[in-house]
Design a protein around this ligand. Structure first.
Ligand SMILES: *Cc1c(COP(=O)(O)O)cnc(C)c1O
Length: 401
């Protein structure tokens, strides 16, 4: 029977019966060494592994706990194979190292998660791999592609400002040029957005965010749509010696089970907060694709099944000091990077990072909010009092000039 998506997600990676019984959740199988009953069993298993089967022959290759999470990722994204990495950043770095060779070139949307640029400066440049950043809205990638271009890297919606890309059109253009299309799917958490169904070959994740969902683990995932790219990735992944702990794999799988309900609540809360902030005099603009006024709203409606808890605001009058005062006056929002846990967070967007992104047209400070699972009325009251406090400070600083 072909079950609905949510049902398949809850079934994925469920342990088989053993001697008539089974636990609900996959056990945490921690080991470095895998012991074999005999040399014959060892030989048979190694043969199966050499034929491409994912059998555990050493702790680094993962155990049943890892296999269960990988299966869940394949179900989530409609992928062929998943590689678990120690962080989202390592998923990105591994993908670029696996799919690009010295002398090759990649086109990268200028909206991407900013630390990708460090991978370029510290690793790829040394290997004579070059990147060109382009404006997803304005540039025609076919005019930017070179004879040595191999890869197109996208992220939708973008980090910080949530620019929604026309991924199907970009992926089709990339495929027409013979490029491997990679999409960072952290915002959609695999659930709200399906880049592999929209034309991407590879989807990378920070499972640290919504999939973990409780701010207690670091993990990345690379989900690959087809066997040939899975082979390239398997070689790099295996050689780099990447491994994640069985405890973290267990926690990520546990997080995944409640992903649909958490995302629905994050999305509802964020939209309520976004609508309230839109009407506030100190807020010039709210960036959140579920708002009808957001420039990416039509594409978001077409390609996504929902929104998450992220939104950014650009102030109308505040300078950097008032933006700081606003952040410090909040009581229900932790000041910190990352997002995707159950709790609300606030972070000032670094002006340098906004400047990298052609979508950014503003001049005032931008603050990113992660709207958690708290009651949105409490979050709105907290935001209002913090805006009022910062507003008073802004007026004082004017009167002292
Ligand atoms: C957080 C994040 C990453 C990096 O993930 P880590 O697990 O923190 O290394 C990558 N891409 C996006 C879009 C992110 O938000």
């Amino acid at each position: 029977m072909n079950h609905h998506y949510d049902t398949r997600l809850l079934q994925a990676g469920k342990p088989d019966f053993f001697q008539g019984t089974a636990p609900v959740n996959v056990p945490v199988v921690r080991t470095s060494t895998v012991r074999y009953q005999s040399t014959q069993v060892q030989r048979e298993l190694h043969e199966r592994r050499d034929n491409g089967e994912e059998v555990a022959s050493y702790g680094r290759h993962g155990t049943d706990t890892h296999r269960a999470l990988e299966q869940a990722f394949n179900t989530l994204e409609g992928g062929h194979r998943t590689f678990l990495t120690p962080s989202g950043l390592s998923a990105i770095a591994t993908t670029l190292l696996a799919l690009l060779s010295p002398g090759e070139h990649a086109l990268v949307a200028d909206s991407v998660y900013s630390p990708l640029r460090r991978i370029e400066a510290r690793l790829l440049e040394r290997l004579n791999i070059t990147l060109t950043y382009f404006s997803p809205a304005r540039d025609d990638i076919s005019t930017l592609a070179r004879p040595n271009t191999r890869l197109l890297y996208l992220e939708s919606p973008s980090s910080l400002l949530f620019e929604v890309l026309d991924l199907p059109a970009l992926a089709a253009a990339g495929r027409a040029l013979g490029l491997t299309v990679v999409a960072d799917n952290t915002w959609g958490a695999g659930y709200l957005y399906h880049p592999l169904q929209l034309g991407a070959h590879v989807s990378v994740h920070a499972a640290t965010k919504y999939i973990g969902g409780h701010s207690d683990l670091m993990m990345g995932a690379i989900v690959v749509a087809d066997a040939s790219r899975a082979e390239s990735l398997a070689l790099a992944y295996d050689t780099l010696g990447l491994a994640v702990s069985a405890d973290d794999a267990y926690l990520a799988l546990r997080g995944l089970r409640s992903l649909p309900v958490r995302l629905a609540q994050h999305g509802r809360n964020a939209l309520a907060v976004a609508r309230h902030l839109q009407a506030h005099a100190e807020v010039a603009k709210v960036f959140h694709p579920a708002l009808p006024e957001d420039p990416g709203h039509a594409l978001w409606r077409r390609d996504f099944s929902g929104a998450n808890g992220l939104l950014s605001i650009e102030f109308s009058r505040f300078g950097a000091a008032a933006a700081d005062a606003f952040i410090n006056a909040l009581t229900l929002f932790g000041i910190g990077a990352s997002w995707g846990g159950y709790e609300s967070l606030v972070l000032a967007a670094a002006p340098g990072r906004l400047a990298e992104h052609s979508y950014w047209q503003g001049t005032r400070p931008v603050v990113r909010l992660h709207i958690g699972l708290e009651d949105p009325d409490d979050l709105i009251a907290d935001l209002d009092q913090a805006l009022a406090a910062a507003s008073r400070q802004e007026i004082d600083s004017w009167s002292q000039r």
